[in-house]
Design a protein around this ligand. Sequence first.
Ligand SMILES: *Cc1c(COP(=O)(O)O)cnc(C)c1O
Length: 402
Amino acid sequence: MPKPGIRECVAVGRAIAAGNLLRHEGPLQLTSRFETRFAEHMGSQHALAMTSGTTALHAAMTAIGVGPGDEVLVPAYTWIATAAAPALAGAVPVLVDIDESLTMDPADLEKKITPHTKAIIPVHMANAPCDMDAIMEIARRHNLRVVEDACQAVGVSYKGRMCGSIGDIGVFSFNHFKNMNIGEGGAVVTNDAALFKRIMNFHDLGAWARPGYAEGGEPSFISGHARVTEIQGAMLDAQLSRLPGYIRGLTRSRAAVAGVLADKSDLRLSPHHDVDSAAGMTVIFETEREAIRYAERPGAYRLFDNSKHVYTNWKPILEKRSAHRDLNPWAWAHREISYDASTCARTLDILRRTCRIYLSERWPTPVARWKARALAAPSTEQTEAGGMTQPDGQTSVPAAAR
Ligand SMILES: *Cc1c(COP(=O)(O)O)cnc(C)c1O
């Protein structure tokens, strides 16, 4: 999570000085400028900034036509927003186990498909890309839509393509904990002009009144309002320039730490779907006890302990509660959907045995190697050598939402 700094400050000052902060009217058109550059960076045709990643997921569900009676497959390890998005559109989330890569297990995904399944939301969790080749192949074979949740992997690549640019729609978050950080914010990308038009409509109740909206044949529908201002646009436009360097820094630190761990420890890194561009690092143990011990050292935490990403804690989902009883997606479902501890027991087991290792994009390689020696030391020894004080008092939970 980069910190907004002087560049963002100057950009916001310019936006304010320009005299009109509406994205459609601001004279500098900074939001549009960001969207053009972001689409280009992702290798997608269209991009739209929005107020949050959660709203962007809801927009994506609405755009692909998810609604009452539908089932949407989501991983059991993610922020609750991934599961809430289908429910906001009237559908029910169905949980899919993760594998040791911490992303959706394609084998379990295929098992969870029913005649009611409409879409899949693979989540690139903690900068770890999903097995998109396998997921896209399954989706095409079953004629399912794919909405990539790349909220925790902004700017990360998978086999030469950007996370978020591979499915029908990609969704990003720019909240404080993400790879781009403007406090709160989100975006979608897509190559599909009709889907994009529905997303535009979703985020702008006034879309039907904007010049040119009638073109293109997508009728307008009632929606909410999630437009950003030129303040967010200015910050995003300024920060996008820093994103590639930020990811490169993480990749470099990761490679240096991984090298030391391979030389000086028998720790097992989690399998990764594109090791050469890996920008995050987790280690997996044989037993829960070993993971708990390992997580005591500074710079490491056990995934199970960041409990808001563990599905057995998602209170409103577990209780199947919507704001109004008559709008409850679970009442429209064709069958009983379960979210108990046995639903995705394998996910819980993996999270109990996996620790994330904190990486900084600012570590020069010798510093990364020095930090890594403390991470490689056996658990019984004290790890004083590697102090692991984190810059700027950042927490040890880098990708936590909220
Ligand atoms: C952060 C996050 C979201 C939602 O983003 P917000 O901008 O906080 O609404 C969705 N999915 C995942 C996996 C996230 O980490």
